[in-house]
Design a protein around this ligand. Structure first.
Ligand SMILES: C[S@@+](CC[C@H](N)C(=O)[O-])C[C@H]1O[C@@H](n2cnc3c(N)ncnc32)[C@H](O)[C@@H]1O
Length: 207
């Protein structure tokens, strides 16, 4: 099997958090090249373009949740955004993100637990490639909502297979009925071109 497909399969089928962290630790150095150049991972570009459509002020405080090696931070920085914090639970991925020198701050944390971030800290949260199989489920929305200011935006992808498996729409609709956020859009887009996978690119406004 192609080594890239092999490691990507391990990522999507990790049995637990420790195993997932281990696989990302092995993959961190080759991640950008393998996923973007060889496999056609287009989700960061698509999502950052969508994000920019709603956020016009380059001074906004942004949390890149599950920042990985910093592909999203790099794209945001190229578009002029300056106040970007990154959060991920893999130290090796965070180290690669640090090398890109586009983040104001980088933190190791688990998105499925309580975050050590005050309420209403960010104007916007962006999260690409993190809501996927064996990674982070819809439970993380509660904390992302808490740290985002009212009127702020949460922009994220959900991989197509995870969307079905984890019944994302149910949790997202409950949060909307509770008046926590408002759906701006949830469109289907390409995710990883070489494997033909799709994702939902979602934009929600915090109410
Ligand atoms: C496919 S990568 C996406 C990284 C980056 N956003 C991108 O688009 O390239 C998924 C990232 O989610 C992180 N991750 C997985 N589970 C996590 C959790 N529970 N808390 C925080 N980060 C997590 C992984 O360490 C990995 O860096």
């Amino acid at each position: 099997m192609d080594h890239r497909k092999e490691i990507h399969d391990q990522v999507l089928n990790a049995a637990n958090k420790d195993e997932l962290r281990e696989v990302y630790s092995e993959w961190a150095d080759a991640y950008d090249h393998d996923l973007v150049n060889e496999m056609g991972y287009v989700a960061p570009t698509i999502t950052v373009n969508e994000f920019q459509f709603y956020l016009h002020n380059n001074q906004v405080a942004i949390l890149d949740a599950g920042c990985g090696t910093g592909l999203v931070g790099e794209l945001l920085s190229k578009k002029g955004f300056q106040n970007i914090d990154g959060l991920d639970y893999s130290p090796k991925m965070l180290k690669k993100a640090e090398e890109k020198q586009v983040y104001r701050d980088l933190t190791q944390a688990d998105l499925t637990s309580s975050l050590n971030i005050p309420d209403n800290q960010y104007d916007a949260v962006i999260s690409v490639g993190t809501f996927t199989c064996a990674h982070v489920g819809p439970v993380a929305f509660n904390e992302l909502l808490r740290v985002t200011k009212p009127g702020g935006y949460i922009c994220f992808t959900v991989r197509d297979t995870a969307w079905e498996e984890d019944q994302y729409h149910l949790k997202m609709n409950v949060l909307e009925k509770e008046g926590r956020w408002k759906r701006i859009k949830a469109d289907t887009a390409n995710y990883i071109k070489q494997e033909g996978s799709k994702c939902k690119v979602c934009v929600y406004q915090v109410t």
